[in-house]
Design a protein around this ligand. Structure first.
Ligand SMILES: N[C@@H](CCC(=O)N[C@@H](CSC=O)C(=O)NCC(=O)O)C(=O)O
Length: 277
């Protein structure tokens, strides 16, 4: 593991690290905040998955999670959103595909399949790596994310209900297999057979029988992506009569930005901490 930076914050340590990823076949960077409590005992770990165009750095710089994570004793890990490097295929003028747009899936189509394996990276390789290098209690894991990362968090939780005790999302893409900004990417990463897309779609997963106890979703009503990209009401409909709990909070005047995310960050951290005790 390479240490790229380490800074003391709120009595804990915000670090940025990189390692060679077998899943993505490239060097991957991630951020980890370790609260002071982890000096004495293993702490619960919260995985934060970021949205389109992001790296590990967006939430680290603008998410404002450290004060509360420090207070609650939560380790927060923020992976990158795609493989990186000059050898990794990309669409330079398309922010909804390629680098910064990994959609937390394992691509099956050329040329993407060689590197774009963010599902395996986020659910297997990075957790194994983090558990080796940090004092994490892997029996107490939660996952959350924003937009494309909200989609990632919800689909990963639905597919791994025994691993995660809590899941929440800020403005998630709840049905990427029908949303304007994700259908072209799904076609390129996964091919034309839409049956294969359902494994990476929260609404479809629920329809197909996947279950997770409960979700918290915050959504801004002034979010420019609400109608065509995010549509949380589809998930509300999907979970009806399934026994899955959903707290969906719609907020007047909030948009899609980190101003919105940072406003509700403390609520999400408390939501997770209560379930990770
Ligand atoms: N470049 C785009 C806007 C991209 C954008 O809003 N990205 C969001 C995530 S969107 C869904 O996954 C984001 O988190 N951006 C990073 C940030 O720091 O705000 C455009 O031109 O509209």
């Amino acid at each position: 593991m390479k240490i790229l930076s380490q800074n003391t914050a709120f009595g804990g340590m915000q670090g940025v690290y990189s390692h060679q990823s077998d899943a993505c076949n490239c060097e991957m960077t991630f951020a980890v905040f370790v609260p002071p409590k982890a000096i004495h005992e293993p702490c619960p770990v919260l995985w934060y998955l970021s949205g389109l165009t992001c790296t590990h750095a967006n939430v680290m710089e603008k998410g404002e999670y450290r004060r509360m994570a420090s207070e609650l004793g939560l380790i927060v890990v923020c992976p990158d959103t795609s493989p990186r490097g000059n050898d990794v295929p990309d669409e330079l003028t398309n922010w909804q595909m390629g680098k910064g747009a990994g959609f937390y899936l394992d691509a099956t189509e050329k040329p993407w399949a060689e590197n774009y394996r963010m599902y395996t990276y986020s659910t297997e390789e990075l957790p194994a790596f983090v558990s080796q290098h940090f004092r994490v209690d892997m029996d107490r894991q939660g996952i959350f994310g924003h937009s494309m990362g909200g989609h990632g968090a919800m689909t990963i939780a639905l597919k791994n209900p025994d691993r995660f005790r809590s899941c929440s999302a800020f403005a998630p893409i709840v049905e990427p297999s029908t949303a304007d900004w994700s259908v072209p990417a799904f076609e390129k990463y996964l091919g034309p057979d839409r049956a294969a897309w359902r494994r990476y779609d929260a609404c479809a997963l629920v329809e197909d029988g996947a279950r997770f106890p409960e979700f918290l979703i915050d959504q801004g009503k002034a979010d420019g992506f609400l109608e065509n990209g995010l549509r949380p009401w589809l998930f509300e409909e999907a979970v009806k009569e399934t026994g899955i709990g959903l707290t969906l909070r719609m907020h007047e005047r909030y948009d899609h930005s980190y101003y919105f995310i940072s406003t509700f960050m403390d609520d999400h951290l408390r939501w997770h901490a209560e379930r990770l005790r």
